[in-house]
Design a protein around this ligand. Structure first.
Ligand code: GDP
Length: 427
């Protein structure tokens, strides 16, 4: 099993890369997160955004698995399947859903909003899709799983959990009208029975034993990990490598390549520390040139220079074996570009490793190294033939600092705008 992980705060461009890599794999699987993911793929001049379905879905010969570590919203999953069907993609034929996947109920969504409201100024910038409360119920051992939909007492158990949620909602002073949403939810639950349901941990291990190639596709990013992200401004699942094993039921010794994907700069959505954030015109230029607006929420993303302290931390946590650098074209618009190589803490100490205190201080100062910009890139970029020296220097520095080679460089949203470093590329 190879694993593809975002090394920053999400939105690194995972969708594009999985789509590029998918032909090398028989199975693509999602292992954590929920409908808060928004993976954008562009091909044949069309844009496709996937939220819960793995990015191999556009290739009929690839099996796509939603693993046990994911939390799904039946309403959104149905809408996603139907929208693919409208475009002529028969998602039901090559999609399999784990019976152990947890389900997001309408009351989870209402709870998400009520909890976030109760936090007031300290809100974490949740996408309000019910993901946090669904994971809370999973770990509180109250959760609802896809396999439960097939039980005779499904309705009774649903009512029980719903009434428990209502007690909390009332306590928090929330009284949402969920009637219409509940009707849509129950219809979507019926629809889900058309999806192939399976013990996907067995299916995946058997596929691996048969010599099939599996790509695990991460959502969000390593710096949003529930343990290692800037807590509490994090997502509610394990976005790092260990999450791939527990979220699919595949043992660690099966892990082969770990592809770490990062943007040539940084973005973050929602609240939380972001040491290299640029509040000036440079930040605005990055946002405009990079079209940095959330694909799910439409929210403007916070933008800043590449943070090597954070990148090295993510590389360490995940045991990354190959790096993929995205959006090099966005930096083409700058004469000089910067990389943060250390943090200066409020007491003056310089650190080059991620400090625990990053969650507590918003006055950590980045220390930068400046690089010459590479200007506009050729329409078709080849690693050996026309790679600008400045871009090569930028990548060589990142490789030297992280100890990991860059094997893919992306310089535009289209599948074709991808350069491969044949010396290190995945076998
Ligand atoms: P994901 O969640 O990690 O898949 O990332 P998103 O899909 O939210 O964001 C990536 C965005 O960048 C999408 O709109 C992609 O089409 C776009 N994109 C991906 N790679 C590149 C690239 O190299 N250059 C540019 N300009 N855009 C890219």
């Amino acid at each position: 099993m190879d694993v593809l992980l975002g090394l920053q705060w999400g939105d690194e461009g995972k969708g594009k890369v999985v789509d590029v890599l998918a032909p090398n794999y028989d199975v693509v699987a999602r292992f954590q997160g929920g409908p808060n993911a928004g993976h954008t793929l562009v091909f044949d001049d069309k844009k496709h955004v996937l939220h819960q379905i793995p990015s191999g879905i556009f290739r009929p010969e690839t099996l796509n698995v939603i693993g046990n570590g994911v939390v799904i919203c039946p309403i959104k999953l149905r809408a996603e399947i139907e929208s693919l069907q409208e475009r002529g993609i028969d998602a039901l034929s090559n999609l399999v859903l784990s019976k152990r996947t947890q389900i997001i109920l309408p009351t989870h969504r209402a709870l998400d909003a009520a909890y976030e409201n109760a936090k007031g100024q300290a809100k974490i910038g949740s996408t309000l899709k019910g993901i946090g409360p669904a994971y809370q119920d999973k770990y509180g051992r109250n959760g609802f799983r896809v396999g439960d939909l097939l039980r005779k007492d499904f309705k009774e158990r649903y009512e029980q959990l719903k009434s428990a949620h209502w007690k909390i909602l009332e306590f928090l002073g929330a009284s949402p009208d969920l009637e219409a949403e509940e009707k849509t939810f129950l219809e979507a639950v019926e629809f889900l029975k058309k999806v192939q349901l399976a013990d996907t941990e067995i299916l995946l291990n058997e596929a691996l034993a048969d010599g099939q190639r599996l790509l695990a596709e991460g959502a969000q990013g390593s710096l949003l990990d529930i343990d290692f992200g800037s807590y509490p401004f994090v997502t509610s699942s394990s976005t790092c490598i260990a999450g791939a094993c527990s979220g699919l039921g595949v043992p660690p010794r099966r892990v082969g390549e770990v592809f770490g994907i990062f943007k040539a700069y940084c973005t973050r959505v929602g609240s939380g520390p972001f040491p290299t954030e640029l509040h000036d015109n440079t930040g605005e230029l990055l946002r405009q040139h990079g079209h940095e607006f959330g694909s799910t929420t439409g929210r403007p993303r916070r933008c800043g220079w590449l943070d090597l302290v954070a990148l090295k931390y993510a590389v360490m946590l995940n045991g990354v074996t190959q790096l993929f650098m995205m959006k090099a074209d966005v930096l083409s618009h700058f004469d000089a570009v910067q990389i943060c190589i250390a943090y200066k803490l409020p007491d003056g100490t310089l650190v080059q490793t991620m400090p625990y205190e990053v969650s507590q201080h918003d006055d950590i100062q980045p220390v930068y190294k400046t690089f010459k910009g590479w200007g506009l890139l050729p329409e078709s970029l080849s690693w050996k033939q026309n790679m600008p020296d400045e871009l090569e220097d930028y990548m060589a520095f990142i490789t030297a600092e992280t100890g990991v080679p860059i094997s893919i460089l992306s310089y535009g949203p289209d599948r074709s705008q991808t350069a491969f470093n044949q010396n290190v590329l995945c076998k």
